[in-house]
Ligand binder design. Sequence first.
Ligand code: TPP
Length: 230
Amino acid sequence: MMNRTTGELRFEPAFKAINEIAENDAIFSIDVGDVTQNAVRLLKVNGKQPWITSGLFATMGVGLPGAIAAKLDYPGRQVFNLTGDGAAAMVMQDLSTQVTYMLPVINVVFSNQALGFIEDEQEDDGQEWFGISLPRTDFAKVAEAQGMMGITVRTIDDVKPAFDRAVDLTRAGKPVLIDIKMTNERPIPVEKLALDPAENDAQTIAAFKKRYYAEKLVPLSQFMHNHHVN
Ligand SMILES: Cc1ncc(C[n+]2csc(CCOP(=O)(O)OP(=O)(O)O)c2C)c(N)n1
């Protein structure tokens, strides 16, 4: 999915671009939500690139202030704030703080117009979806209103140039916000893989593989069987 060049814009190509521009000692401040799972899975960190989130309380909105703190503590290092649109809306007034103190952070908003993580939980619990839609917000304009360059990304082709621009701007000492207008797919639920014929009917497995592009995944039981583990 990261290497796709056609189709609707999902989150993976943005992570690919982030991996490409990330400096050797970059710091990632990650917000709470689907974006956390995606960052765990898709950021190719090298051991010198710390990433921080609100691990204990899972406090949404931690991405932006975390990036401010990182940049203040490590002014010479590249700093990313990776956040969902719900969390971004909770703390976006502090983009002004980055401008005021000239903190060149790369702020990335993954705009799926949903509280994605909660939507996933409601689906998993068989609840009706409730209170998870977010309004379409132009975060690039929000950034511009606070004196920061805002870039909107709508297609896969737009992704790389936007991040290259972000590198130029931050190297020139300016913070930037990239608003990724993307589809609203949830990350593959690894805790609920529907792959095993012993536990799922063929239709369920086929639907799961189609939804998550999981054709190549095989159930754990197959590995166990191959290794003669009962
Ligand atoms: C302050 C706070 N409020 C509510 C929650 C519950 N919560 C966890 S993830 C989440 C949704 C996050 O949505 P968004 O920021 O849009 O990111 P996405 O999951 O779509 O990537 C919510 C409401 C929380 N963790 N912290």
